[in-house]
Design a protein around this ligand. Sequence first.
Ligand code: SAM
Ligand code: DTB
Ligand code: SF4
Length: 348
Amino acid sequence: MPSTTTAAPQAIQLHRPVASRPVRGAWSVQAIQALLDKPLMDLLFEAQTVHRDHWPKRDIELATLLSVKTGGCPENCGYCPQAAEFDTGVKAEKLMAVDEVLRAAQAAKDAGATRFCMGAAWRAPKDRDIEKVSELIGAVKGLGLQTCATLGMLEWHQAQALKDAGLDYYNHNLDTAPEYYTDVVSTRAYQDRLDTLQHVRSAGISVCCGGIVGMGEAPVHRAGLIAQLANLDPYPESVPINSLVRVPGTPLADSDPIDPLDFVRMIAVARITMPRARVRLSAGRQQLGEAVQALCFLAGANSIFYGDKLLVTGNPDVEADVQLLGKLGLLATRHGSASLKTHATALT
Ligand code: SAM
Ligand code: DTB
Ligand code: SF4
């Protein structure tokens, strides 16, 4: 499968990029592909212009992940080390106890995170799982952190219960374009994901929804993913863009890695098409290096996963991230508010 976006050389044109774009719902896959194919400097300039029109230019949100229920998942998502049917060395564990989760959340807060995201390797939680996770949410919220959970497919009444428990965000990714989805997972349908997003939205929880690149998808599938996200009404408040972490034992372990500049393009196009979303430079940062991450911030990323671990795989060390933000003159979000008026502060 092709993994590199190339654009034919064009005559040099000097112009200020136009930040205004079609009204919501009007993004076509073709229009997004045209953005992805732009000369990189033009694309970065346009994305940074949109970014500065909508966000404090130096502000980066720090979100810490914790796998509160690891492994043993009955789904077969081809990228995931936690699927029971893949031999990845991840052991199935029970849901963590409240005090253990609270310790991790407090440590995340002390390190400067403002959002705490709890992940569970469930296809869909049972009502009794929701009760237990509700306790975790209440406890974490009590520390003054924004709460996020990613637990699999939800019924509406479950989303409502999570809202009542104080959940601020629910993460549920569309992962890729509908046309490529069945190549990646066969135990559920794209529509199942959309249904859960609808339940989350109608319960009044903010939506965190993005995808993964580097799974062998074609450029048109990358454009198709962004079109799906940008055309959600409203588009998600948070958009995580993950680069596949290739875990041995998963069906996608041998996928060709994405060209890092194509990853930067995805961030830029997410920023342009969803100007008010927090665009999160998510999984895969360990493979990207500092210079590419800097380009991602220039392209409009304003959130990262912060902490030495993602769910079961690694992430840059906290110290390395503090240094990187300092080097780039970026500031950690102080209050974790999704508001455009968020204040930011230096960690160093
Ligand atoms: N089980 C729930 C679900 O699938 O929605 C929640 C946990 S699941 C691990 C959360 C998300 O992590 C997935 O939707 C996927 O986008 C991302 N993810 C999982 N494995 C990944 C990998 N190897 N590389 C990048 N992202 C990954
Ligand atoms: C998201 O978009 N990426 C995170 C979070 N949402 C839950 C998960 C990344 C997982 C990377 C592989 C792992 O550690 O399991
Ligand atoms: Fe299960 Fe989620 Fe992993 Fe899919 S991504 S196998 S649903 S934990």
